[in-house]
Design a protein around this ligand. Structure first.
Ligand code: RB5
Length: 149
């Protein structure tokens, strides 16, 4: 498995800890930065990670900012991306099982590092539950995105 990861200054410290977790699990990581605590603009990193996932250069993406929300808003502008904000254990599982999220967006100001590490672990260990109702809803989003309806 290959994972693309990115963060702004608010997510930088969490990003490094998540990379350690991924490397412990022998997952290949593509790190798009940021690489220090200087203030940066989160959409820059969201687009880099989202385009990498869109182009199938990574299986999943992980984005971290203050809340996860800015990253999700930006990443979801990229065609084919389903980026879900995760601030709870329930959401970590549901965004994979129900929404088939290909990017998880996390917040360093909304959750502790331990919680975020747990969310990433649950996200990676969960699978899309190919149920008819979930697929239908994702197809509605894809059709809208494709401009069919
Ligand atoms: C940066 O201060 C903060 O606005 C950003 O990390 C994020 O929370 C945006 O959604």
């Amino acid at each position: 498995m290959k994972i693309a990861i990115g963060a702004d200054h608010a997510g930088y410290v969490f990003k490094n800890a998540i990379i350690e977790l991924l490397e412990t699990r022998e997952i290949e990581v593509i790190d798009f930065g940021t690489r220090n605590l200087d203030s940066v603009d989160y959409p820059v990193y969201a687009f880099k990670v989202a385009e990498c996932v869109r182009d199938h250069e990574a299986d999943f993406g992980i984005l971290i900012c203050g809340t996860g929300v800015g990253m999700a808003i930006a990443a979801n502008k990229v065609k084919g991306i389903r980026a879900g904000v995760c601030q709870s254990i329930f959401a970590a599982k549901a965004i994979r099982e129900h929404n088939n999220a290909n990017i998880i967006c996390l917040g360093s100001r909304t959750n502790t590092l331990d919680e975020v590490i747990e969310f990433v672990t649950i996200f990676l260990d969960s699978e899309f539950s190919h149920g008819e109702r979930h697929q239908k809803r994702i197809d509605l989003i894809t059709d809208y995105e494709e401009g069919i309806k």
